[in-house]
Design a protein around this ligand. Structure first.
Ligand SMILES: NC(=O)c1ccc[n+]([C@@H]2O[C@H](COP(=O)([O-])OP(=O)(O)OC[C@H]3O[C@@H](n4cnc5c(N)ncnc54)[C@H](O)[C@@H]3O)[C@@H](O)[C@H]2O)c1
Length: 442
């Protein structure tokens, strides 16, 4: 559904009026296109204190942006990466301020700030305090930076090389992460898998996307196909026509199947005889009502579609070896699963369950099967699901985030594609909110 307010603030009279009234000023976000795959401007690399990670400069040199050391108005950086891995004391935090304070104003509109940190130590409370402080810093800067810019914290574990962070930095320092802000991503030290063609990193992989007929699932299928995957688009038999239209458009195979069917995993495995490289659990439903008014027949299907079928098919496909080594499982949570939502005890429970699944299974799936397990947690995304939300709640959902607008299905799809990349082996057990830094559950 069109965001008329965003359109209004994109005109000069609309901007004047809304400014005078003190209303939010959403900046139009620039998403990835074939013609403009990179941010418009150079990358400024700063270090607070002494870095503890090897290879940061080399990794940044491959991130797709020219490097600069100038911050004057003729060469505004489109991105700033602050290496704060060496900040281990409260006084060391002064180096973070000293590095960013003079340059933060020179960041180009729609720019990116990424702070590199390390994992807070359970054995050293001074280091833990300093590193955890970076999270509060990043989340606050995300709220104040404005102009469509975003701020994130990437934690690289001690002893790991910055190479483990390459796919993550490429994603965060590009237009693909336009609707991701205020996030903390904690990497493992796993080495990235080989990426033969960075423009089509999923070449040679089969990707199955559930709920792919429309909305976010159709966008995920489209972005994975763009990245080279052979896509199988799955949706309920009742959506067959829409599913086949979507699949035809993408050169994908259509698999009409209810994901809750008892033989769903077998049928998925049969549809991908050479194994699945990427499995995206996107299908989801809502049956909202306050708990006091919610009969069991509104509770059960939400848990069944959104959580139980995800657990069941994941277990069965992993056990059958139907997901290849180096494979990726990406599930779909929601900020409702983090913040809770009136009328959504069933939905929020199912989505919080996804977060539990990902955090628990990720490390074991990596050890036992060489497969990573992550989740996206979308905020307010413009789809049929949110078009059905009553007007005032919809308007609040759109504006109550640092970017003052709803996201698009493609924003979630880009995050899924980043998880799915062979280069993202170090990204495991993570839940990435794609929510423009929503105030809900912040
Ligand atoms: N739109 C948002 O703002 C938002 C926010 C947070 C999370 N999400 C989640 O993102 C996912 C996609 O949401 P959307 O907005 O695109 O929803 P949507 O309703 O537009 O699409 C969901 C798709 O899933 C399919 N589906 C439902 N039950 C199925 C089943 N049993 N088997 C196979 N397919 C089934 C539907 O037919 C539909 O095509 C869902 O998991 C949803 O909970 C969406």
């Amino acid at each position: 559904m069109a965001d008329r307010y965003l359109h209004l603030t994109g005109t000069a009279p609309g901007r004047f009026l809304t400014r005078r009234l003190g209303l939010p000023q959403p900046a139009p976000l620039r998403r990835w296109t074939l013609e403009t795959p990179h941010l418009d401007g150079p990358l400024l690399h700063l270090t607070a204190g002494t870095s503890t990670v090897a290879g940061v400069a080399e990794t940044l040199a491959r991130a797709g942006l020219p490097l600069t050391d100038r911050t004057d108005r003729t060469d505004w950086p489109a991105a700033i990466v602050l290496d704060a891995t060496g900040v281990v004391t409260a006084t060391g935090l002064g180096d973070v301020h000293a590095a960013l304070h003079p340059v933060v104003r020179s960041l180009a509109p729609g720019g990116r700030i990424v702070v590199l940190g390390t994992v807070p130590s359970p054995d050293d409370h001074h280091q833990a305090a300093a590193q955890q402080a970076l999270e509060g810093f990043v989340r606050s800067l995300g709220k104040e930076i404005g102009r469509g810019s975003t701020v994130q914290l990437v934690r690289i574990p001690g002893g790991a090389s910055a190479e483990a962070a390459e796919s993550t930095l490429r994603f965060l320092l590009s237009p693909r992460s336009a609707y991701v802000s205020g996030q903390v991503i904690e990497l493992t030290s796993a080495a990235p898998g080989p990426v033969a063609d960075p423009a089509a990193p999923l070449t040679g992989r089969t990707a199955l996307v559930t709920g792919a007929a429309r909305g976010i699932g159709a966008a995920v299928a489209s972005v994975l196909a763009r990245d080279g995957a052979q896509v199988i688009a799955l949706d309920v038999p009742g959506a067959r026509e829409e599913l086949e239209r979507t699949a035809d458009r993408l050169g994908a195979a259509a698999l009409p199947l209810d994901i809750t069917a008892p033989d769903a995993a077998d049928r998925i495995a049969a549809a991908a005889p050479d194994g699945l490289g990427v499995l995206v659990h996107n299908a989801g439903i809502t049956r909202d009502r306050r708990l006091a008014n919610m009969p069991a027949d509104r509770w059960a299907p939400v848990i069944e579609v959104n959580l139980d079928s995800v657990l069941r098919t994941t277990d069965e496909l992993l056990k059958a070896g139907a997901i290849t080594r180096g494979g990726r499982i990406v599930a779909t949570a929601s900020i409702a699963g983090i913040a809770g939502n009136t009328g959504q005890t069933n939905y929020a429970a199912s989505k919080a369950g996804i977060i539990g699944l990902v955090r628990s299974l990720g490390p074991r799936a990596a050890a036992d099967h060489g497969v990573t397990v992550n989740a996206v947690a979308p905020g307010f995304i413009e789809t049929k699901m949110t078009a059905a939300v009553p007007l005032f709640i919809r308007e609040a959902g759109r504006r109550m985030n640092s970017l003052s607008q709803g996201g698009l299905p493609v924003d979630v799809a880009e995050a899924v594609a980043w998880f799915a990349q062979p280069g993202s082996t170090a990204v495991n057990g993570q839940v990435l909110r794609v929510c423009g830094q929503s105030l809900l559950g912040a």
